[in-house]
Design a protein around this ligand. Structure first.
Ligand SMILES: Nc1ncnc2c1ncn2[C@@H]1O[C@H](COP(=O)(O)OP(=O)(O)OP(=O)(O)O)[C@@H](O)[C@H]1O
Ligand SMILES: [Mg+2]
Length: 499
């Protein structure tokens, strides 16, 4: 159905695509794999008409095509779900879904018809609770992902490109996404699927193409039968052991964080737990279980009733939710879930983005110690393998996964007592993931308390010492990670059965 040959795309100083080939058959799920910065998003942006290639050809249904703009690509029958969601926050769900549609082109949308159609697509996606009239800016990241998907489906495309669609989704929603993908492929629609989660590739993929440094290194491998080790070494050029660092077995130190009877009407209620120095506590639960909101409340960014203390002293302003300045000054750091919107200064350099949260630490006699700032930022970029290795580059020009690493680097930089990590490995490739796990474990060994939220249950179990299982805003289980297994946790978060 689709044949891309010799695609080249040059950005200033970076050859993002250096002669990439891709062929996709009707009705298949074709997975595109590669490390952060390999060129995956750039390739699909060429297909989506967002980038013009410098060289190469694209054939679709036997015809040579050249998508010249996103609208043009849609007309050709390509729909794209981008890695960075490109929704308009100020518009409603229905308006976002039908933005760019043919019948909306004259600046005129038949509102009633659009709402009805939106209701229909959202229902098909298994999300009837998302109202077409709701303002997109007020939705959770997961709900935004659903809206973006609804928009792609609404075009009745022949080829749907999904750039890390599962990154913002929890376990049950991924199952739902896969159900939809199967429905689409059964109708002959082709899906190009990008993900860093290899177990997903096994489950939903038919064939795999691997990119490395802007080149195709493997074409059309079987998604089910190719050994994981082979895929990983094609991606990284080395053997990566995808394991969690061992726990030290030391007993944790003093209590850094105490949360007592934390409540916020309709979001979470009666949540109590503590985090000790040197301890990693994981929160497992579905999207909407209150995980991220609990982190925000602890951070002082969300009103709550109850009590939060950092190293024995109460923090936050409870009901006003304006305690962030205080919690940061006293050594708390939050790496939020929706990094692009909440955490990045897109036009600033990688260094500026890394050192943002810690600036006071680099100020001496009122001057910012630029040299030290730069040295530290370099050290962390190297450690996390942020590419390209150029700390002066605007962060906007980095690939999604590399932006992600930079935000994390910010919080790993010096002087914190407690780190709140919301989906720290989202969008990070397998190689860098292992580094990141080791780094988080290392920080804990050095006496920092870590509160971790992740949709990936194996990650919570592998990294945390203690796990809290959340369901509908309440803690339904608390226990040692070593005594839990994935099935039991999944059973609890999905069915509410506390074993
Ligand atoms: N607008 C841009 N200007 C300059 N360089 C860019 C731009 N967009 C991407 N790049 C560079 O092109 C390369 C490929 O980036 P791309 O976003 O395609 O990677 P990716 O495979 O999607 O990675 P990830 O898994 O992190 O999303 C990277 O080196 C990136 O820094
Ligand atoms: Mg990408």
């Amino acid at each position: 159905m689709l044949v891309m040959k010799g695609i080249v795309k040059q950005f200033p100083g970076v050859r993002a695509l250096d002669g990439v080939d891709l062929d996709v058959r009707a009705g298949e799920v074709h997975c595109l794999l590669g490390q952060n910065g390999a060129g995956k998003s750039t390739l699909i942006k060429v297909l989506a008409g967002a980038h013009q290639p410098d060289e190469g050809t694209i054939q679709f249904d036997g015809r040579t095509v050249r998508p010249s703009s996103p609208i043009d690509a849609i007309r050709l029958g390509f729909a794209t779900i981008y890695q960075e969601l490109d929704l308009v926050d100020g518009l409603s769900v229905a308006e976002n879904i039908f933005l760019g549609h043919e019948h909306a082109r004259l600046g005129f949308v038949n509102r009633a018809a659009a709402r009805r159609a939106a209701t229909e697509v959202l229902r098909r996606l298994g999300h009837p609770e998302i109202r077409p009239s709701a303002e997109v800016g007020r939705l959770s990241p997961a709900a935004k992902q659903v809206v973006s998907m609804a928009r792609a489906l609404s075009h009745e495309a022949k080829l749907i490109i999904m750039d890390e669609p599962s990154a913002a989704l929890a376990h049950d929603e991924v199952a739902n996404l896969f159900r939809i993908i199967r429905e689409l492929t059964a109708q002959g629609v082709a899906v190009v699927y990008i993900s860093h989660r290899l177990e997903e590739i096994r489950e939903i993929g038919d064939r795999v193409t691997v990119l490395k440094d802007g080149r195709t290194v493997a074409v059309g491998l079987s998604a089910r039968d190719t050994p994981t080790g082979e895929i990983v070494s094609l991606m990284t050029g080395r053997n990566v052991e995808y394991v969690f660092p061992p726990r030290a077995g030391r007993s944790p130190g003093e209590e850094v964080l105490a949360v007592e009877n934390l409540s916020s009407p309709g979001v979470f209620s009666g949540v109590s737990f503590s985090v000790r120095a040197g301890e990693i506590v994981g929160l497992a639960g579905l999207v909407g279980s209150g995980r991220s909101e609990i982190l925000e409340a602890v951070y002082g960014a969300r009103p709550f009733s109850g009590r939060v203390s950092l190293a024995g002293r109460p923090v936050g302003r409870g009901l006003t939710g304006r305690g962030v300045v205080g919690t940061v000054r006293r050594g708390m750091g939050l790496a939020p879930e929706e990094r692009k919107a909440q955490a990045l200064l897109l036009d600033q350099s990688v260094t500026a983005n890394i050192t943002l949260g810690t600036l006071p630490g680099f100020a001496r006699f009122g001057w910012i110690d630029r040299k030290r700032e730069l040295t530290e930022a370099r050290r962390l970029s190297e450690m996390l393998d942020i590419r390209p290795p150029d700390p002066e580059r605007p962060i906007r020009t980095l690939s999604g996964g590399n932006q992600q690493k930079a935000v994390l680097a910010r919080w790993l930089l010096g002087g914190r007592k407690l780190l709140l990590l919301d989906e720290p490995t989202r969008g990070v490739d397998v190689g860098a993931r292992a580094e990141l796990y080791a780094l988080i474990r290392d920080l804990a060994e050095r006496g920092i308390g870590v509160l971790l939220v992740s949709s990936e249950v194996p990650e919570v179990l592998g990294l945390a010492d203690r796990v809290l299982v959340l369901r509908e805003g309440a803690v339904i289980h608390e226990g040692e990670a070593a005594e839990l297994d994935e099935h039991r946790v999944l059973d609890m978060i999905m069915n509410g059965r506390a074993a």
